[in-house]
Design a protein around this ligand. Sequence first.
Ligand code: SF4
Length: 357
Amino acid sequence: MSEFRFELRVCRWAERAWPPGERDGPVVVARQLGSTHRRWDTVVVECDPEGLRARAAFGPAALDSDLLHVVRDAPAEWTWYRDALPEPDYPWRYVREAIDRAADRDAVQRRTRSNRVEIRRVRPYPDWVRRVVAVENKPDLDAAAARDLRPQLEYDVALGLADEVWVATRTTAERVEPVLLEDLPVETGVLVVDDRSVSGDGPTTDARPPRPTADVVWHPRTLDPDETGTRVLERPDGGTRDRSAARFEYLSPAAKDERRLVIAERAYERGWRSYVETMRPDCRQFRLRGEGTALLPYCEAKCRGQTAAECAGSCPQFEPEPPAWRARGAPVEGGPGVAQRRLLERRRRRRRPGVEE
Ligand code: SF4
């Protein structure tokens, strides 16, 4: 089955049911996020409810690391910015640029006195992120896929950027799930997702198929983001002639804290429904189809759920919406493609309490 579609189902399940077992506060779910060295399939940010509401006052767009540097340390009283902010490990002029950007979006106040730029906070930046959880999605996890996945999971465990690392795979309904027999790091949790009753194929019907469910078959070990992380840069291939040593670098707890927050901010902005931005909802064959309460992409021409990669301008069956469709209600409403984007955006907004856009 398509990994893309499985990933969307895992995201929707996590939004509704994370953490497995008992609901404990709101979550923000996104896909394909991480750092330059490693991208996670699904990211679940467990949030403090009050903090999440307070975060909304900073707007729906993510604060990048430069903006966070300014916003988190902006003082309550007017202060010269160099006295207020920690010494950056890059030139101060970039900090001044970030102050301008932060002031433009009303995240701090800025003024010039005696040729000095002073800043003052508008509101404190809240402590809204409780935990960051990384999930790797492999619907068909056979021995070869597990072998390929293992170094990535070991990298995640050694770095400890996420509080927990999980693998989600599709249930086989066998007495012992085969994934448990695969050689995965013991620190990694394993979820088996049952989406057999949810079909992404077949013609469009009005009946709503049931939601996918998931069970924990292996609990993860909680990692410690407050400890120094180890990034494995290179490891020997393990052949009989390979006597080279692995190469590492270390990541301080402060650097990890900043990266976690940058990831959480990007998850906050994008959510998981941003998949539509890389697809072609302006194709007349594109539909959003209900699976339980989720809306997933569906292609009428292919009679199945399409992947993001195939739903592109290069698709041989791509057919632009007829101009007459787009003219309906234009320019305010646009055609069905615009309406479908809007629908997903509305759902994304509902996941960010307190945001006014
Ligand atoms: S025909 Fe191609 S471009 Fe159009 S919705 Fe289907 S996959 Fe996407």
